[in-house]
Design a protein around this ligand. Sequence first.
Ligand code: SF4
Length: 371
Amino acid sequence: MRNQRDWLAAELERRGVTRREFMGFCAAMASALALPDAAAAQIARAIQKTEKPVLVWLEFQDCAGNTESFLRASRPTAAEVILDTLSIDYHETIMAAAGHQAEANLARTVKERPGGYIAVVEGSIPTGANGAYCTIGGRSALDIAREVCGQAMATIAIGTCASFGGIPAAGPNPTGALGVSAAVPGVKNLINLSACPANVENLTALLVHFLTFKRWPDLDHYRRPLFAYGKSIHDGCERRAHYDAGQYVEEWGDAGHRAGYCLYKMGCKGPVAFQNCPHIKWNGGTNWPIGCGHPCIGCSEPNFWDTMTPFYQHLPGVPGFGAASNIDTIGLIAVTGVGAAFAGHGLIQIMKRVGEDAEPVTPKTEEGGQQ
Ligand code: SF4
């Protein structure tokens, strides 16, 4: 049997990926993970030596957007190879097996590899009506998640639905949808990769980190990796200079919109949303929403559907200037220090710690209480 090194070398060759390109990928991963340049060689060694990690991908109350994102790793070469090095034992959407055969695959993996696979959960978990809103093979999503995540080496909640409940958990949340941390408390080594959908570049970097260091990277208070969620969209936004200069789009298609002015007045939630979109972008780095002239909708944040809507209405007041601040006056004030206000992350507390004891995020009910 060929070892991993042989397999990887053969696969790289088959796909026309040169050693130089592979090392370039490792360097890009080190950069994405905010590691020193020297880590690239360590990453390359680890990837070549590590056995294929086994992945079990569960899909519950969702739109399959994260699967779509996963299938669209468009930096072909090495990123594609890394994703292909995964042994995906179960993924309803992409596996050839179906029905009882598929469920048997899942049961076999859990039984034969306890503590030896990574569970990926896509979609929220409905807890109402004893879990009857989402059943697979006659079992509720809650039941499956408890068993599969409970025996996994680590669990990735991919997308905002799995992380925090997402759209299914928006008020009035008729199915009692919850994210993994709230639905299945105590899951070992859980990490949230929120966003709607999660960016495949972050998933790749996360897996590379795990392959290299055998642990997740540092997390924020919401159990999200700091390399991807440590800074606000606003901090890295290409329109930031316009914000600081008080130059805003006033209506769609106006001169300011065509000139690339700041989208704050059009509802941009970039100041209160944390993710690395400005740097890694989407579709292989082609572009991102704000680059296309659309405001950030804050999809990476807990309860985003309830707290970030209406999408085209700007945030009340101006963060950093107090609740009474008026956006129309900010142009006069902005240049004097709003950058510093946001750079201090005064809006949302980010705690650099591995959040084993982080609170699960539970969606609010209509009455405003916690479920
Ligand atoms: S408000 Fe939005 S568009 Fe304006 S600088 Fe901040 S993130 Fe960019």
